[in-house]
Write a protein that binds this ligand. Structure first.
Ligand SMILES: [Zn+2]
Length: 447
């Protein structure tokens, strides 16, 4: 046998081995579960024991923290995660749907079934993946109950009005349901949403024992998830991303601070046609015709912790104000201040909706599964980059988006690294054969 024939044989053996051992997530893409725990601030696991989250950090990826888009609010932020678009592009600009003509406002939960609020021409990943042959489902995830260009998510459960946020038994049942979707019905991509720790953070405040208790419940649920994945034999073909939509900060109240009350500075009846206020640290006004300048001048220096802009002058870095739904006067308060309108009717002890540069608004990103590196700490990144990562994991060609895979792909065990290592092995073999006549002879004799 000549050296060339030996090499040819070795090459065919190696390539044959590679072809019958496909790298996971490439030829056969792994399944993906995206879980969101609403309002999970980036450091909530640092003042309470979270053994299951700690274990996942060792067995997967943990970002130092994740920056949500402005406005740091549930529906807008979740829709950025699932679409990879800034809020001013996808148009879900608030938790509440509203109509400035009829003056109607719909709550967060009512909005979940309103296709007209969600479907603004940007396709969420469920629909894009379905169009490319993947089977997708949404379990309580914001936006999962709407239709997009006439197309519904194949399986969608929408939270009922009376749904309890913190029933641990129900949390586990929901995991079992999702596991059965993956194993018995062969779903490829499922999004699962939990309303905690947001609810507790609002009600009691983030720096409380109640919040620490709910974080321990979430940690037990994550432990249950890992067991359920093993029980359903999904360990080798299910990737999991655990994330959230925003953080939480303690609300500042009288007598410690002077609260913001807009009616101290403007007469609503005379100047304002429609308003979105009394909803945390963010607000918008539609002045009556011809009153825009008067409203702006009256408010812009009214309170030292209130930031007021004309829509067209709202800072670009927020990627928020260009959408047509955004009203002409846009306001956000400094961290912890609520924007009250006509009177103070606001009871939250914790809130979000503030500038996303504040650490209290930052949230979490964890991931594990066959395509993720182990014991890997990722630098902080914007949640908009989760979308291209999910597309890569699912083998789905993304829609146009504002994210970048370059930010997140370093957390993956990349197949191309494997292929290039095969190539380097072959090059090394040629190198050795060319320089070692005895080995050459040995191979010629024994092959
Ligand atoms: Zn939220």
């Amino acid at each position: 046998m000549t050296g060339l024939r030996v090499l040819t044989l070795l090459l065919s053996v190696l390539l044959g081995w590679a072809s019958c051992h496909p790298v996971p997530g490439r030829k056969n893409f792994n399944k993906l579960l995206l879980i969101s725990f609403d309002g999970f601030r980036w450091n909530y696991d640092q003042d309470v024991d979270t053994p299951n989250m700690d274990r996942l950090a060792r067995e997967g990826v943990k970002a130092k923290y994740l920056t949500p888009p402005f406005v740091t609010m549930t529906s807008p932020s979740h829709f950025t995660t699932i679409s990879g678009r800034w809020i001013e592009d996808h148009g879900v600009i608030h938790n509440m749907m509203f109509n400035t003509e009829t003056q109607w406002k719909y709550s967060f939960k009512t909005t979940q079934n309103k296709t007209e609020w969600w479907d603004n021409g940007v396709l969420p990943l469920w629909i894009t993946a379905q169009r490319q042959g993947r089977k997708t489902a949404s379990f309580h995830y914001p936006g999962g109950g709407a239709k997009y260009k006439g197309e519904a998510v194949q399986r969608s459960l929408v939270e009922s009005y009376t749904h309890p946020d913190s029933n641990e038994t129900e949390w586990r049942e929901n995991i079992d349901i999702v596991m059965n979707w993956f194993t018995k019905e062969d779903f490829d991509f499922v999004t699962l949403y939990y309303g905690e720790p947001d609810n507790v953070g609002h009600k009691f405040g983030p720096e409380t024992e109640n919040r620490r208790v709910i974080i321990q419940q979430i940690d037990r649920t994550i432990g249950y998830l890992v067991e359920a994945i093993e029980r359903h034999s999904l360990t080798k073909n299910l990737n999991v991303i655990i994330t959230s939509d925003h953080g939480m900060t303690t609300v500042k109240k009288e007598p410690n601070v002077t609260e913001i009350l807009l009616t101290n500075y403007i007469k609503f009846r005379d100047l304002v046609k429609f308003d979105i206020v009394d909803y945390g640290g963010f607000g918008m006004l539609l002045p009556k015709p011809g009153q825009e300048e008067a409203v702006y001048q009256a408010l812009k220096n009214a309170h030292p912790h209130l930031n007021v802009y004309k829509k067209e002058e709202f800072p670009e870095r927020f990627h928020f104000a260009k959408h047509q739904r955004v009203l002409p006067i846009v306001m956000y308060a400094d961290s912890g201040y609520n924007i009250n309108g006509r009177l103070i009717i606001y009871f939250n002890k914790g809130d979000h909706g503030f500038d996303n540069v504040h650490m209290d608004m930052k949230t979490i990103f964890r991931a594990f599964g066959p395509d993720f590196k182990k014991n890997h700490i990722a630098e902080p990144f914007d949640s908009i980059h989760i979308y291209p990562l999910m597309c890569k994991l699912l083998g789905v060609t993304p829609e146009p988006h504002n994210g970048s895979l370059a930010i997140t792909q370093e957390m993956l065990v990349d197949a191309y690294d494997h292929l290039s290592s095969y190539k380097h092995s072959l090059e090394f073999l040629v190198f050795v054969l060319n320089r070692n006549p005895n080995l050459h002879l040995y191979l010629n004799t024994h092959l």
